[in-house]
Design a protein around this ligand. Structure first.
Ligand code: ATP
Length: 265
């Protein structure tokens, strides 16, 4: 049984606009799965359907089912989903800018009563992200973008999730920092056996650490498979990986670039 299963999920905003059109996704316990796609494809909406954050945006799951560890999620509010083990790191690295990294982590631990346990969790997060320990005395607003992203992930880890959902952690970060953060995510997945659902436009980075991936376009899954199979797919290479083997494409030499993608035919 998968840890998380979306079956034919539909999401509508403002009761009229269908943003997700029958998406089915499975994540096995301990899996690291990427959800790829261009701007506006529906990736963030899928994450919000899972974490229960749609209602704040007048969105609603209008069809299908979502189960976590075999239990139905759709009847539960967002706080209960966190208690069940779902953590959602929103796009845009939301941290409390006037608080230090440690204070930010502490503020994310309100579900735990035991102070000693909170201390242990904070130590674990600082061990995963040594840069946060180095910046312990600075308000989070003074941290770099990459450090703020680490802190946002660290805050999610304070809830001791079983599924960590990350929405575009690479956004606006220099390539070396993306590598550093993705390497930590891969190690957390491997060493702590924490399942990860990674939403990314940076398909190269995401396919570098994911075991499996789903490609979503216009609210529909158009391709799924192992990270290797997507990486070697000519259409994925052309449209999402910047040309074969990452080489720059000479668009002037391509007469009929606007040919239909093979998965649409
Ligand atoms: P991005 O990478 O830009 O975040 P995405 O793949 O995550 O893109 P979504 O943000 O899920 O895409 O958007 C999917 C569709 O739903 C888009 O057409 C978008 O305009 C629409 N949408 C998203 N949020 C809302 C909202 N709060 N109200 C109405 N429509 C929305």
């Amino acid at each position: 049984m998968p840890l998380l299963a979306l079956n034919n999920v539909e999401v509508v905003y403002d009761s009229v606009s269908l943003a997700v059109k029958g998406v089915s996704i499975d994540i096995e316990a301990g899996g690291l799965v990427a959800l790829l796609g261009a701007n506006g494809a529906g990736k963030s909406t899928v994450l919000k359907a899972i974490s229960g954050l749609l209602s704040a945006e007048r969105g609603k799951v209008s069809g299908g089912s979502i189960t976590f560890d075999g239990g139905d999620l759709l009847g539960l509010g967002a706080p209960e989903r966190v208690r069940r083990g779902i953590a959602h790191v929103l796009e845009g690295r939301r941290v409390f800018e006037h608080l230090t990294p440690a204070e930010n982590l502490f503020a994310a631990s309100s579900m735990h009563r035991d102070r000693g346990h909170v201390r242990e969790l904070m130590d674990k997060v600082m061990a995963w992200f040594p840069r946060l320990a180095q910046r312990a005395g600075s308000p989070a607003g003074y941290l770099s973008g990459g450090e703020q992203q680490m802190l946002a992930i660290g805050r999610a880890l304070m809830t001791e999730p079983r599924l960590l959902m990350l929405d575009e952690p690479s956004l606006g970060l220099a390539p070396l920092l993306v590598d550093e953060i993705f390497d930590i995510v891969r190690r957390i997945n491997a060493d702590a056996r924490l399942s990860v659902l990674l939403v990314e436009q940076n398909a190269v980075a995401a396919l570098g650490i994911a075991q499996r991936a789903y490609l979503i376009e216009n609210g529909r899954v158009v391709m799924t498979g192992s990270a290797e199979s997507l990486s070697s797919n000519p259409d994925v290479q052309e449209f999402y990986l910047g040309g074969a083997q990452g080489q720059q494409k000479d668009y002037h030499a391509v007469k009929h670039y606007r040919r239909r993608k093979r998965w649409l035919t």
